[in-house]
Design a protein around this ligand. Structure first.
Ligand SMILES: [Zn+2]
Length: 208
């Protein structure tokens, strides 16, 4: 199960790094600090999400909406903005409109962790030898939050194998999936690890 890396109280929060050029230093990484700013001018509202430069701490404002009539803003949203709802930060960053408006990209590295359900005491990876008794195994990877992640990386981490080993298993047709394991995805997927000689099908990591 893919879970958020950060926890705030009892809530799991998935916060990516915001990729944007800092005007004060050479950094291009910002972290949302969970704060919003709402400005009222007569009956018009502006709202921003604040983020701090990861290097110099300079603040940047990401525009959520500008000069919007109070009545046009949902009261629930306004309430969450006023209360600096950290969950709202994660929701808004996942909104493509917010990203486009502010010319930002997101980096999801370190935003997630993988819960394999069975903590292994040893540090060894899964025995993938051809005569291994545990094979074949079917694994389902579930995404609790829809964070884009590389399936190969999740398999590497989940099975505690090296990337080269996973790539070799894929090339040998022993690690197969109905979905493309190349690139990133944010939907549940499953894969099967088979014994040697089980099938001659060679999996194409680039997909159809
Ligand atoms: Zn900076």
């Amino acid at each position: 199960m893919l879970l958020c890396a950060h926890e705030l109280g009892r809530r799991a929060i998935c916060l990516p790094t915001i990729v944007r050029r800092c005007h004060a230093c050479a950094s291009d990484r910002f972290h949302a600090n969970g704060k919003f700013r709402v400005n009222a001018n007569h009956k018009l509202l502006d709202a921003w999400l604040l983020a701090l430069c990861a290097v110099c701490g300079d603040t940047t404002k990401l525009t959520l909406f500008e000069r919007t009539k109070v009545r046009a803003v949902q009261p629930e949203l306004l309430d969450r903005l006023h209360h600096n709802d950290i969950g709202l930060v994660a929701e808004l960053l996942q909104d493509p409109g917010v990203r486009r408006r502010n010319h930002i990209r997101l980096n999801w590295a370190n935003a997630w962790r993988l819960d394999t359900g069975s903590p292994r005491r040893d540090r060894d990876g899964v025995d993938v030898g051809g005569d291994s008794e545990i094979l074949p195994i079917d694994v389902v990877v579930r995404f609790a939050p829809r964070i884009p992640a590389r399936p190969v990386r999740l398999i590497v981490e989940g099975l505690r194998l090296s990337r080269a080993e996973v790539e070799r298993l894929v090339a040998e047709g022993r690690l197969v999936s109905a979905v493309s394991l190349g690139g990133r995805r944010s939907d549940d997927f499953s894969f099967t690890l088979r014994k040697i000689g089980h099938s001659q099908t060679v999996f194409d990591p680039e997909g159809p």
